[in-house]
Design a protein around this ligand. Structure first.
Ligand SMILES: Cc1ncc(COP(=O)(O)O)c(C=O)c1O
Length: 422
C-alpha cells in the first residue's frame, strides 16, 4: 500500500498542473478582454427542467439526515427509470445514493481491502488519483485511434494472463460513452469483453454517467452480459444537467452484497447521506421516464449536430477524430501535424494546449491528463460552449452555435499556418 505521504505528494505534484494552467491562462485572457474558446471544461450546458427545480425549492425545508444508503422512494424510482429506459433489472436494495457518483466511485475503491485498478488509456481524470488515494496500484491498458480508443477482449485477456498478482482482485473501470473520447462499446464488443471478464473474475465498474445521452437508441451495458460482476454508476449530472446538485447512485449486484455493505460503511464515515432536498427533487426527476424522453432526445439532437460539425471541420484538415457516440466530448489526435508542430518546438500534448491557449484563446485539455503518453498529441475537446436553454427551445437545424464554430475555425487556421520548414 502506498503511504499517505506519497499520495499527498502525488496530488501536489501531478494532479493540478495541466488543467489549472489552462484555466489560469483562460482567466488572464478574459481579464485582458481577449477571446477564449472554452473547449476545456466539460459541464452540461442544458438547464434542469423546471418541474424538477420547483420540486427542489419545495423540499428546501427537508433538513433531516436521510439513511446512508439513500431515500427509498428515490432508489425505487431509479430502478424503475432504468428498467424502462435501459431494461435494467435492479432492486432498490442494491442501489446506494451519494453526493454525486464521483464520491461513490471513491467509496467503492476504498471498500476493497486489496485491489488492482485497471484503466483504459485514455480515461476520466479522477479514477487514477482515487485509486491511489484508496491505497491501490493503478495500471493502464493502451488503446488506439483505430479501435476508437477502446480496449479489446484479446488485450484484456493478455493482460490477465501476464499478471504477476493473480490473487489480487482486478477492478476494471469502463466508462461509455466515454469522457474523454465520446466513444462507446456496442453489443458484440461488450459480449466478447464479458467472456474474458467472467473467465478471470474481473470486477467491473461500469461508469454509465453518460448512458442516457447515447446518440444511438440501442444502448447496451456491460452489465447485460456480465451482471454478476458488474457495478454500475450514474446520476443526475449529465442527462439532467444538474452536476452542481451532486446526486449520483451506484448499483452493486446481489452477488457482491458484502461489497455493498462495505461501501455503505465507507459512505457513513465520509458523506453520511446525499442532501435531503436534492434526494426529493431527484425522486421527481427519476419518476417520469416518459416525460424525460422529450428533454433527452432534444439534447441528443443538439449534441449530435454539434459533434458532427466539429468532426467534419477537423477531418477536413486531416485531424484524426471520431464523431461522438454520446455525451459531449471529442478526442482529436493532432499527430498528422507533428512535423509542423515540432517546427514550433511543440512535442507534447501539454505544450500543444498551452501554446494554443496562449496564441489563440482555444482551450483544450491535453491527452496526458487522461493517461495518454504526452507524446501522443491527443487532446480532449468539450463542445459545450453554447446556450443550452435556447438550443432546447428552437429547431436544432436553426440553432446557431457560433462560439463553437468560431473556436473550431480559429483552431484550424492556427494549424494550417504552422511552419512547414524548420
Ligand atoms: C466519466 C465521468 N464519471 C463520473 C463523473 C462524476 O459525476 P458526478 O457529478 O455524478 O459526480 C464525471 C463528471 O464529470 C464523469 O465525466
Amino acid at each position: 500500500m502506498k503511504s499517505a505521504k506519497s499520495i499527498r505528494q502525488y496530488l501536489r505534484v501531478n494532479k493540478h498542473s495541466e488543467t489549472l494552467h489552462i484555466n489560469q491562462l483562460s482567466l488572464m485572457r478574459t481579464e485582458n478582454e481577449q477571446p477564449v474558446y472554452k473547449f476545456g471544461f466539460g459541464q452540461s450546458p442544458f438547464p434542469v427542467p423546471q418541474a424538477i427545480t420547483i420540486s427542489l425549492a419545495l423540499a428546501a425545508h427537508r433538513k433531516e439526515y436521510m439513511s446512508v444508503q439513500g431515500y427509498l422512494p428515490l432508489r425505487e424510482a431509479i430502478a424503475t427509470f432504468h428498467k424502462e429506459k435501459e431494461q435494467k433489472n435492479w432492486e432498490a436494495d442494491n442501489i446506494i445514493i451519494g453526493s454525486g457518483s464521483k464520491i461513490l466511485l471513491f467509496c467503492v475503491m476504498a471498500a476493497f481491502i486489496e485491489a488492482e485498478i485497471l484503466l483504459p488509456a485514455p480515461s476520466w481524470v479522477s479514477y487514477e488519483p482515487q485509486g491511489i488515494l484508496a491505497g491501490h496500484n493503478v495500471n493502464w491498458l493502451d488503446t488506439k485511434f483505430k479501435d476508437k480508443w477502446r480496449i479489446t477482449p484479446e488485450q484484456l485477456e493478455q493482460y490477465c494472463i501476464q499478471r504477476n498478482n493473480p490473487d489480487t482482485p482486478l477492478v476494471l473501470i469502463l466508462n461509455y460513452p466515454s469522457n474523454p473520447t465520446g466513444q462507446t462499446y456496442h453489443t458484440e464488443e461488450l459480449a466478447a469483453l464479458a467472456k474474458v471478464m467472467r473467465k478471470y473474475n474481473i470486477i467491473v465498474i461500469a461508469d454509465e454517467i453518460y448512458s442516457l445521452l447515447s446518440y444511438e437508441q440501442n444502448y447496451n451495458s456491460i452489465a447485460d452480459f456480465y451482471p454478476e460482476g458488474c457495478i454500475v454508476s450514474s446520476g443526475l449530472s449529465k442527462w439532467c444537467g444538474a452536476g452542481g446538485w451532486r446526486l449520483g447512485f451506484m448499483y452493486i449486484p446481489p452477488q457482491l452484497e458484502n461489497l455493498l455493505q462495505t461501501v455503505i460503511g465507507v459512505a457513513s464515515e465520509t458523506y453520511s447521506c446525499a442532501p435531503s432536498p436534492v434526494q426529493i427533487a431527484a425522486t421527481k426527476a427519476y419518476s417520469s421516464p416518459e416525460q424525460s424522453n422529450d428533454f433527452i432526445n432534444k439534447q441528443i439532437n443538439v449534441l449530435t449536430t454539434i459533434s458532427k460539425y466539429c468532426c467534419e471541420k477537423l477531418n477536413s484538415i486531416d485531424i484524426k477524430v471520431h464523431a461522438a457516440e454520446g455525451g459531449f466530448y471529442l478526442f482529436p489526435d493532432f499527430s498528422s501535424f507533428r512535423k509542423q508542430l515540432e517546427n514550433r518546438n511543440i512535442h507534447t500534448s501539454e505544450q500543444l494546449t498551452k501554446v494554443l491557449m496562449d496564441e489563440t484563446g482555444v482551450a483544450l485539455l491535453p491527452g496526458s491528463a487522461f493517461g495518454m503518453p504526452s507524446s501522443s498529441l491527443t487532446t480532449r475537446l468539450a463542445f459545450v460552449d453554447f446556450d443550452g436553454k435556447t438550443a432546447l427551445k428552437i429547431d436544432t437545424q436553426k440553432y446557431n452555435f457560433n462560439k463553437i464554430k468560431k473556436g473550431i475555425s480559429i483552431l484550424c487556421e492556427w494549424l494550417l499556418a504552422l511552419p512547414t520548414e524548420n
